[in-house]
Design a binder for this molecule. Structure first.
Ligand code: T5A
Length: 209
């Protein structure tokens, strides 16, 4: 049986990742593809427990390296228990965030080196990389508007970091697309949901046999 494809959706806060993942999964299922939708941090019982530790609590709850290790630990369980078995069974996996979020948030935003993040990923998850990474890009005002409509005043621990942090995150995602154009694609997320889904399908068309 052919191994499934691994797609990750990335980007800043509130850009519409969850909305697009659901639509993309539906579009692929209509083509007869068996799709598993998952998220990070999370996706397995242990990783969801780590998610609570990471996203709740006070802004300064974790020292930067401890935070990076927790994301890598959650990812390790997620890869071993959900992602790899599904891919081996021929299913496609679409994950709401993955390694590139650690590279952008704990690396670009919090200042760990890319080499250190990748080293953690090698130990924890065997260095698994997605077949394609789709980064949704949206200007800050629109993203904040969307997040506010959805969340009201409730934000998680990382979402509440300052503008400088989130600017560094955005720049990191753009850099990944420049450095790895085959794997990482930037998608304009400013239009109607249906047109964004169509753009995502264009970017993965070559993976569909
Ligand atoms: N993190 C994560 C790290 O620091 N390191 C890591 O390694 C990893 C994996 C996760 C946090 O953890 C950090 C990053 C994050 O800070 P999360 O709760 O999973 O947090 O949240 P996010 O991934 O940030 O995503 P959000 O849930 O905030 O937003 P989405 O999924 O991008 O957006 P979505 O789809 O919920 O849409 C937001 C609103 O906009 C509307 C939707 O209906 C919704 O109300 N919307 C649109 N409106 C108009 N036009 C469109 N095209 C729209 N699309 C969606």
């Amino acid at each position: 049986m052919a191994r499934g494809k691994f797609i990750t959706i990335e980007g800043g806060e509130g850009v519409g990742k969850t909305t697009q993942i659901n639509a993309l999964a539906e579009a692929l299922r209509e083509k007869g593809i068996d799709v598993v939708v998952t998220r990070e941090p999370g996706g397995t019982e242990g990783a969801e427990a780590i998610r609570q530790l990471l996203l709740g609590g006070s802004a300064g709850r974790w020292e930067e390296r401890a935070e990076a290790l927790l994301f890598a630990a959650a990812r390790s369980d997620h890869v071993a228990r959900l992602i790899t078995p599904a891919l081996d069974a021929g299913k496609w996996v679409i994950s709401d965030r993955f390694l590139d979020s650690s590279r952008a948030y704990q690396g670009g935003g919090s200042g760990l080196s890319d080499d250190d993040i990748l080293a953690l990923h090698k130990v924890g998850s065997g260095g698994l990389l997605p077949d394609r990474t789709l980064v949704l890009k949206l200007n800050e005002e629109q993203a904040a508007e969307r997040a506010a409509i959805r969340d009201g005043v409730h934000s998680d621990r990382i979402q509440t970091r300052d503008k400088q942090f989130h600017d560094l995150v955005h720049r990191s995602f753009h850099r990944f697309a420049e450095q790895e154009p085959k794997r990482v694609r930037l998608i304009d997320a400013s239009g109607e949901p249906e047109s964004i889904t169509a753009s995502l399908m264009v970017e993965i068309a070559d993976l569909i046999a």
